[in-house]
Design a protein around this ligand. Structure first.
Ligand SMILES: [Zn+2]
Length: 102
């Protein structure tokens, strides 16, 4: 008998693709109004999810998809910080799984 494990799915705010939660990156708007990437997926606040596609990050961050997902404005320094995080994330993943572990 094959047991089907239920995987929670979330939608990328840029491309609308549904993916298992662990394959997406969560961006959170904290109750204090700061917007940042939430690597734990558990930070308090309103969250929006993005897949690992650079095009999605560009689109969500610069064309407003993220702001719609978070129901908030994202200021320029926060946008830069999110893109910086993503660049680093991509590099870590390109370097292999061991490099992704802190
Ligand atoms: Zn996407």
């Amino acid at each position: 008998m094959v047991k089907v494990k239920h995987t929670p799915e979330r939608t990328c705010v840029a491309c609308g693709q549904k993916l298992p939660k662990r394959e997406l990156l969560r961006i959170v708007r904290t109750p204090l109004g700061a917007v940042h990437v939430d690597p734990t997926g558990k930070a308090a606040g309103r969250g929006a999810y993005l897949c690992g596609s650079a095009a999605c990050w560009q689109r969500a961050i610069h064309k407003g998809g993220l702001e719609r997902g978070l129901h908030a404005q994202v200021c320029a320094p926060d946008r830069e910080q999110l893109m910086a995080y993503f660049q680093q994330y991509v590099q870590q993943h390109a370097a292999g799984p061991s490099a992704a572990e802190e």
